[in-house]
Design a protein around this ligand. Structure first.
Ligand code: COA
Length: 148
């Protein structure tokens, strides 16, 4: 298993995972824009035998980092790959001198919330009607990187 920076050639596999993971999936162009035109973006993939099985995006602006998306392909879930990927993303944030990392997660997404809590994230508030597809609230979660 390796975790490395995402490149353009990964995008077809990334899009496939994205479509199986989110109700309003990002399009390939959005990932392309992130890789080539967003100076704050860092995108990692996790790969097994040359197959991309997951990815995680972060934006790092000064000492503040945010997760944009994280997903593992359904067949590989529950085998600690998500945890390994999130730990790698947190390490990237530390290398880039970010001090805190935050994210939004659907209030119904207990699996992801459990992963985040395991890695030290705390709840930080609710964003009402955050998700446009069903009006679901988002739970804001954050972690101090020098304490985790
Ligand atoms: C969230 C996600 C990335 C987790 O990846 P994963 O590889 O399946 O998770 P891991 O196997 O590394 O599990 C790590 C922790 O997550 C939690 N978790 C994982 N699967 C779980 C399940 N079925 N039920 C409850 N908690 C679960 C547990 O806390 C687990 O720690 P443990 O093994 O000590 O119990 C994955 O489920 C996914 O891609 N979901 C769809 C996309 C998504 O919801 N992304 C998050 C958007 S905010």
């Amino acid at each position: 298993m390796i975790i490395r920076d995402m490149s353009t050639k990964d995008l077809d596999q990334v899009i496939e995972i994205e479509q199986h993971s989110f109700p309003t999936p990002w399009k390939k162009e959005s990932f392309y824009h992130e890789l080539h035109h967003n100076i704050y973006a860092h995108y990692l993939v996790i790969e097994i035998e040359e197959q991309v099985i997951g990815y995680c995006g972060i934006w790092i602006v000064m000492d503040d980092a945010q997760i944009t998306n994280i997903a593992i392909t359904p067949a590989y879930r529950g085998r600690s790959y998500g945890e390994a990927l999130l730990m790698a993303a947190m390490n990237r944030c530390r290398i880039e001198k970010a001090e805190q990392l935050s994210l939004e997660v659907r209030v119904s997404n207990h699996i992801a919330q459990s992963l985040y809590r395991k890695l030290g994230f705390q709840p930080g508030g609710i964003r009402k009607n955050y998700y446009s597809d069903n009006g679901e609230d988002a739970l804001l979660m954050w972690v101090k990187l020098n304490e985790s």
